[in-house]
Design a protein around this ligand. Structure first.
Ligand code: F6P
Length: 407
């Protein structure tokens, strides 16, 4: 018989707790461990007819809110307890659990069973803001404008902040930066089953389905001009339409693009074919900036400034365009963009990025090792896309056509 374990998440709203809980649960299931997540927020939404997403509901001075939240916590702890008593192996309590009082309640419920707490923090203000902006578009806030929803969620967080007690005296605890995917502090006083495995899961990037698409054909592409902010041609629009058909039955809650028109114009029809899909443009995925060469053709560069063409030919990865970027200098920002999308995306959701030739090469090489000198030559066509899947047992990537529906 496998050992039992209780994991309790801790952290302010929007700190990546649920994503972390899903990631741990789904990966442990690969090892045939029976895991279940008990999410207090979901239960609250089920139990209450009223709208419990208003910030006042979360005020520590609102007795009605406090009562309902405590009720949900107790029900979930009871359910988790019976799950473990009926053959379940790992129960994950997914809630804020921000006070010592609440954590004592958990310790008392599972007295005698191994228990450890994972506290999620994220000190990256910009990523937090992006997360809130994204949350504001969710159905829970559909009765508000995005600005009101942002405000409402911000106030909810402040209520939690006012009573927040970080982990301190708990016997087994981990402090995790969920944006960076790294462990900041750990204190383990008892034997905690699956501990090494869970530590690995926390620090490994797992990709269920990532679709890496290049934008459709643009007027600049027709003339072989680089950079700029050109529109899609008729053919480019048709490619976007074909992508929309292809992915119509593949749920995509979010499509990530760059700030350039060509990626937004490619993503728009794909999003329109989905049931509920938003587009998030990230500057981190903007195409390599060719500086003084922006808008030129490769032939013009060869003829007018041959030293640029020659130097780039000699070392395409390391070469930086005058007043612009190079592959090497894009590495950091692209990596940061990827960290953002893993933070913004729910663990279970498919991810789509609509990017550009050079930026997509960098994205791909962030997942799959390629010698640096090969990266600027990775094949990145406009009539196919890359499909990536990475889990602890396999790393799979495939170049696929999109002429028919995805099967
Ligand atoms: O031509 C399209 C484009 O995306 C340009 O904007 C960009 O400069 C270029 O491809 C990147 O490809 P390479 O590094 O092979 O020149």
């Amino acid at each position: 018989m496998k050992e039992k374990l209780v994991i309790a998440m801790v952290g302010l709203p929007a700190r990546g707790k649920s994503t972390m809980a899903w990631k741990i649960a789904r990966t442990l299931e690969y090892d045939d461990v029976r895991v279940e997540i008990f999410n207090n927020g979901e239960l609250r939404r089920k139990l209450s007819q009223e709208n419990t997403s208003s910030p006042d509901f979360f005020s520590p001075h609102n007795p009605k809110g406090l009562e309902l939240r405590e009720k949900c916590a107790r029900i979930n702890l009871g359910l988790a307890h019976s799950f473990l008593g009926n053959g379940g192996e790992v129960a994950i309590i997914d809630a804020g659990n921000v006070t010592r009082y609440r954590r004592r309640m958990i310790e008392e419920t599972f007295n005698g069973l191994p228990l450890f707490f994972i506290e999620c923090v994220n000190v990256d203000e910009e990523a937090n803001e992006a997360y809130l902006e994204h949350k504001a578009t969710l159905t829970e806030f559909s009765h508000l404008t995005p600005a009101e929803a942002f405000d409402s969620f911000y106030k909810r967080i402040s209520h939690y902040e006012s009573i927040y007690e970080p982990l301190h005296e708990e016997r087994n605890r981990l402090l995790v930066d969920s944006f960076e995917g790294c462990i900041l502090q750990e204190q383990i006083s008892d034997v905690v089953p699956y501990y090494d495995r869970i530590r690995d899961i926390i620090t490994t990037r797992i990709v269920r389905n990532l679709f890496l698409v290049r934008h459709g054909e643009t007027y600049f592409n027709l003339e072989d001009r680089i950079g700029g902010d050109s529109d899609l041609t008729e053919k480019g629009l048709a490619q976007a339409g074909a992508l929309a058909e292809h992915f119509a039955d593949v749920p995509l809650p979010v499509i990530f693009t760059s700030n350039h028109k060509r990626t937004l114009q490619t993503a728009a029809p794909i999003a329109a074919k989905q049931k509920d899909c938003s587009i998030i443009a990230l500057p981190e995925f903007n195409e390599i900036h060719a500086g003084l060469c922006e808008g030129m053709t490769y032939q013009e560069i060869r003829r007018q400034i041959p030293h640029v063409a020659n130097a780039r030919n000699r070392n395409k990865f390391g070469y930086v365009y005058p007043s612009g970027e190079g592959y090497a200098t894009m590495e950091k920002r692209v990596h940061r963009g990827l960290q953002k999308i893993f933070y913004l995306n729910n663990y279970n959701d498919n991810i789509m990025i609509v990017g550009h030739r050079a930026v997509n090469r960098m994205i791909l090489s962030d997942f799959v090792f390629r010698p640096k000198e090969e990266v600027p030559y990775i094949y990145m066509p406009q009539h196919r896309y890359y499909h990536l899947q990475i889990d602890p047992y396999k790393k799979h990537f495939e170049l696929k056509p999109y002429v028919q529906k995805a099967g």
